[in-house]
Write a new protein. Structure first.
Length: 552
């Protein structure tokens, strides 16, 4: 048993005996690292506050399916929703945004059924030193981060060290890689896209170049599809982050007039990527990274990135003490499919948390909350440095059943560990169009601002704000108190709560193991104030969920 959990049990015993060891303290929210409540938003699909940037770099809608085109959401839209209180009302303390740095300018063919696939999601990087114009301006990025920090919300960038974007005809032509047949601008279409690119032309070495990536093109090494760290995912060029070779900036980026890239003597591919990504932290005060495709990059690269980002954030805070939230270090969460709730080698690579792919699957199988919560509690207790972000929907898997979001949202917002809210799960955002060959596109529909399920949103808001106040939900010892309605406690040295799920109308709940006799408690969900009597509390009008905390 960890020292934290043991302290919780000692405090619980003191309360059972009606001793003054605890009970007069305010609920503890804990640090962000202890209690992360992260809202993941695909910026382009969230809110469009500046239509003037919608068609940057000549990007156009396809006029038909609109599956993979840019839809207009931007950083100014996120700021507008921050200032309107949307994230605060939801209890969010971290916003994870899709990679905002400059993406390839054109489209590639998406899926077997073929759609125009732009880099709206941020996974087809071109220039790591420049903000993508569809996202907005650097002033708008700074305003967004400042607005988040004023509201005690951290900003987390999605980052990719495994691969840049594909070579599309627009970007290749603009930056002087002479591998596209003349006349392509007027004639290129979904059904003949690849016919306009000469994949046998050695001029492709003017692209990223064989010292930078594995690509299976003339002059390049092909990825090893049997080795996670050396393979090409979805035929994307694979960065040679393991290489110790000093490299110059690729030729096509040397031709890019507005890049912030420059050759640094002795720098390897890893060195450049680490510098480019950590520079965003040093310049703007980015608080964390969500690292994509972690298992496809060697651990040494992640350690280097974490060290540089920690130093960069400390430097930014020293230079901007009036904007810094606190002195907490840089935070990093990794995507390692299909990682669950267990301590693995990835926590030795600089990661503070790993995305939990297990939770969505357990809920789909309708496992009991007690089975899930007790298992997660045991795993977290066994490894004090273990943390995971659980979710119910994801851009990489699927949207949870839209008709079951109240139950699933309740389960998520009460889970041990950290939580990740996927934009629109709280509003019943419907899925978008998607071909059968690429169903994940359906998870990335536009935020449903005009059709919000207001009752569902109010439910998530109550749960989110309660979770934000109570580190016990994330880090406390889990203890079941009753089966019907399902009632449990979470006990932390600085905080404690009792929760009941499936609680309706007038009822009595056991709380004597947690709260002292005579204590005044408040149900943060329904608003009722009750007093502990004979180890129980009596509510007159429970509304499905009871969230008991010490009354203010």
């Amino acid at each position: 048993m960890s020292m934290m959990r043991r302290a919780g049990l000692v405090l619980g015993l003191a309360l059972c005996l009606n001793l003054p060891a605890w009970g007069q303290r305010s609920p503890g929210a804990g640090s962000f690292a202890e209690n992360p409540i992260v809202y993941f938003v695909i910026t382009d699909r969230f809110y469009n506050a500046n239509p003037a940037n919608d068609r940057s770099y000549g990007r156009e809608p396809d006029g038909e399916q609109e599956i993979g085109t840019f839809h207009g959401g931007d950083l100014a839209g996120l700021t507008e929703k921050l200032e309107a209180g949307y994230f605060t009302e939801l209890g969010v303390n971290g916003i994870w945004i899709t990679a905002p740095y400059e993406q390839i300018h054109g489209w590639v063919v998406g899926g077997d059924e073929a759609f125009k696939h732009y880099a709206y999601h941020g996974y087809f990087a071109l220039d790591y030193t420049r903000l993508d114009a569809n996202m907005g301006t650097t002033e708008e990025l700074r305003a967004f981060i400042d607005a988040a920090h004023v509201r005690d919300i951290r900003v987390i960038f999605d980052v990719v060290m495994n691969h840049p974007g594909y070579g599309d005809p627009w970007t290749l032509t603009e930056l002087g890689v002479d591998v596209v047949w003349e006349g392509w601008e007027e004639a290129i279409a979904l059904d003949d896209y690849h016919g306009w690119i000469d994949y046998n032309d050695f001029d492709f070495t003017d692209w990223w170049g064989p010292d930078w990536v594995r690509a299976g093109l003339p002059g390049y090494e092909e990825g090893n599809q049997y080795d996670d760290r050396l393979m090409q995912l979805a035929f994307l060029p694979d960065f040679r982050t393991e290489s110790e070779l000093a490299v110059d900036i690729p030729v096509f980026l040397q031709n890019k007039p507005d890049t912030g890239m420059q050759t640094i003597p002795g720098f390897t591919v890893r060195d450049y990527l680490v510098k480019w990504l950590s520079d965003w932290v040093r310049e703007y005060g980015v608080d964390g990274f969500r690292a994509d495709t972690v298992k496809h990059v060697e651990g040494e690269s992640w350690l280097a990135l974490k060290a540089a980002a920690v130093e960069a954030l400390a430097g930014w805070k020293a230079e901007n003490p009036d904007k810094a939230l606190d002195d907490a270090p840089f935070w990093m969460v990794g995507e390692v499919f299909p990682h669950g709730v267990e301590r693995t080698e990835y926590f030795d690579y600089g990661f503070d948390s790993i995305i939990n792919f297990d939770f969505q699957e357990r809920l789909k199988k309708d496992q009991s909350l007690e089975a899930i919560y007790s298992a997660y509690d045991a795993a977290l207790d066994a490894s004090p440095d273990l943390d995971v972000l659980s979710y119910i929907s994801s851009h990489d898997t699927e949207l949870y059943d839209r008709d079951d979001l109240l139950r699933a949202g309740t389960a998520l917002m009460l889970v041990p560990g950290g939580v990740q809210i996927f934009y629109g799960d709280e509003t019943a955002r419907p899925p978008g169009p998607a071909p059968a060959s690429d169903p994940q596109q359906a998870t990335r529909s536009d935020m449903n601002w005009d059709s919000i399920d207001t009752d569902l949103l109010a439910h998530w808001q109550r749960l989110g704000r309660f979770r934000n106040r109570h580190v016990a939900l994330a880090r406390g010892e889990h203890r079941m108190l009753a089966e019907a309605p399902y009632t449990f406690a979470r006990i932390h040295p600085d905080d404690r709560v009792v929760v009941a799920v499936g609680a309706e109308g007038a009822l009595r709940l056991p709380v004597g193991e947690v709260f002292a006799e005579g204590m005044a408690l408040r149900d943060a969900y329904g608003g009722e104030t009750v007093t502990v009597l004979d180890g129980t509390v009596s509510l007159t009008d429970a509304q499905g969920v009871v969230l008991l905390e010490v009354a203010p």
